[in-house]
Write a protein that binds this ligand. Structure first.
Ligand code: NOJ
Length: 556
């Protein structure tokens, strides 16, 4: 067993813009985070992943960086950053920052220079090409929809942007670009950060010649920029030049369209590339033909198949990251649970799964409160650039009706997870004394941290217990995984095992009572209750599970 601090960590993701405002401008900031560290310590997490805190014009909420060595104006100063980090360290909390280096902002000085002339020393920091027959150099589509190229009149060339036009892609082929990135990583490591979450990390290497993509693909061109020809060479180089120079830096790569086989290449224990990756299979299951804005019915057996596959196939070869939500995904309780009648039970059940699987668990801010999707009914309420581009492309062209798109957005939009933290039932949930940058979820008067801290039966306290138990039981972290009753469309049943320590997990994913029959293969002499979201004893056996019941036993 290859033990690492980051394998045993429980990570809490902070989206700073929506966490806590300290100066009344309606935007969360670093001082706000510092003021809430006791809360995080009480929850029991030991690592924070901070979404981008760098200088940015905020076309994509900080995922468009204009200075990698400075702090976003709205978030505060470098002194605020240092203070936040020191206060985290005092509480035993590691800090992992976002590394956004597939692209910069178009306001980054490299791009400002690059676009000036073809012979500017920074020209080659980005991907510039001549047009073809008066059109874009190829047919690639931006991941935010629309063309992936923008024209620059002064130099009569196009630049590539896989995201918004204000996010030009860096040219990783250029060794100077890579060295700039490595230097910047060292700058932050030397400031004390413990790791990086690598944004859009599967897209750095583009296929030579940038060929036209298959038009049947939703992300036209993806076959030529995801897992490109030099991607592993780049990670090996990053590892050699930066990561391996320091002690145990945590890395987690966000890799779109990644299979288990790819994952072993990016993060295999024998590969010297990344520590782990975020895969997307379980969160993409309900998209028709891979189109995020076109939904199909969810099937439990498919979901389990994906979750279990990652558990068994990476075992001993690479490390999983376990998540149900982040700033790009809807709220987990709205998605897989019942965010009304069984909100408390279903949120607890979902995190029982996350906290009893092999890998590093990530809790996105507000998940510990069972926060729900935004509940917006008007397009005016949305702020996300992705929503704005999709609306333009599909609604304003008459492809989809406004009502239909609003329905889809209410389920899938990224703003669902970005509504400000709900701290208490005072005005704006205690998030700000000003006007929140994004409309609060109206339910903050009932769902908030104060209520959760006061209520012994809250999701917060259950999560706290799950974290504590995970820290005390290595089987929960490192144990091997075995699934039972795979075709069951209601229950998820699995065991974990490590050095004779055994755990049985039974989860009811429905709002109805469901019969559980103990699989014959499971033999035991003694059993005890590990955790449950209902009253339960520790006797393993056949039982009728209540709506969204989760029950976990240790047995020998
Ligand atoms: C993935 C990030 O999580 C998302 O929020 C962002 O829009 C894109 N990468 C582009 O940086």
């Amino acid at each position: 067993m290859d033990r690492k601090w980051w394998k045993e960590a429980v990570v809490y993701q902070i989206y700073p813009r929506s966490f806590q405002d300290s100066n009344g401008d309606g935007i969360g900031d670093l001082k706000g985070i510092t003021s809430r560290l006791d809360y995080l310590q009480e929850l029991g997490i030991d690592t924070v992943w901070l979404s981008p805190h760098f200088k940015s014009p905020n076309d994509d909420n900080g995922y468009d960086i204009s200075d990698y060595r400075d702090i976003m104006d709205e978030f505060g100063t470098m002194e605020d950053f240092d203070e936040m980090q020191q206060e985290m360290r005092k509480r035993g909390i590691h800090l992992v920052i976002d590394l956004v280096v597939n692209h910069t902002s178009d306001e980054h000085e490299w791009f400002v220079e690059s676009k000036k002339s073809k012979d500017n020393p920074y020209r080659d920091y980005y991907i510039w090409r001549d047009g073809k027959d008066g059109k874009e150099p190829n047919n690639w589509v931006s991941r935010f929809s629309g063309k992936a190229w923008d024209y620059n009149g002064e130099t009569n060339q196009y630049y590539l942007h896989l995201y918004s036009p204000k996010q030009p892609d860096l040219n990783w082929e250029n060794p100077k670009v890579r060295d700039e990135i490595y230097d910047m990583m060292k700058f932050w490591i030397e400031k004390g950060v413990d790791g990086f979450r690598l944004d859009a990390a599967g897209s750095y290497s583009k296929t030579e010649g940038l060929p036209d993509g298959d038009l049947n693909n939703v992300n036209v061109g993806a076959e030529y920029y995801l897992h490109g020809p030099r991607i592993h060479e780049y990670f090996k180089e990053m590892n050699e030049k930066v990561l391996s120079q320091y002690d145990d830096i945590m890395t987690v790569g966000e890799i779109a369209a990644v299979t288990v086989e790819d994952a072993k290449k990016y993060s295999g224990t024998d590969r010297q590339e990344l520590g782990m990756i975020f895969q997307f299979e379980h969160v993409n299951l309900e998209y028709k033909n891979g189109d995020r804005y076109s939904l199909k019915p969810f099937k439990m057996s498919e979901f389990k198949k994906v979750m279990s596959k990652w558990q068994t196939e990476l075992d001993g070869l690479a490390w999983n990251s376990l998540y149900l939500a982040n700033h790009d995904q809807p709220r987990s309780v709205s998605r897989w649970g019942d965010d009304k009648k069984y909100r408390n039970e279903s949120a607890k059940m979902l995190y029982t799964m996350i906290m009893t699987m092999q890998g590093t668990p990530y809790i996105y801010q507000g998940e510990e409160l069972g926060m729900t999707n935004a509940g917006y009914t008007s397009i005016e309420d949305y702020q996300d650039i992705n929503v704005r581009t999709i609306w333009k492309e599909r609604v304003l062209t008459g492809m989809v009706s406004p009502e239909e798109m609003l329905d889809t957005l209410s389920v899938i939009s990224r703003d669902n997870a970005r509504t400000p933290m709900q701290w208490d039932d005072s005005k704006n949930g205690g998030f700000t004394t000003g006007t929140p940058w994004l409309k609060m979820n109206r339910n903050y008067t009932e769902i908030n941290a104060k209520e959760s801290l006061d209520n012994p039966d809250s999701i917060f306290h259950y999560m706290q217990k799950l974290i504590k138990l995970r820290k005390q039981n290595a089987v929960a972290v490192y144990g091997s995984f075995h699934e039972y009753d795979e075709e069951n469309e209601s229950l998820y049943v699995y065991t974990r095992e490590l050095d004779g320590q055994k755990m049985l997990v039974v989860l009811n994913f429905t709002g109805e009572e469901k019969e559980f029959h103990l699989p014959k293969e499971i033999e035991y002499n003694k059993s005890q209750l590990y955790i449950s979201n209902y009253e339960n004893d520790g006797k393993i056996g056949d039982k009728c599970l209540r709506p969204y019941e989760a029950v976990v036993y240790l047995y020998e």
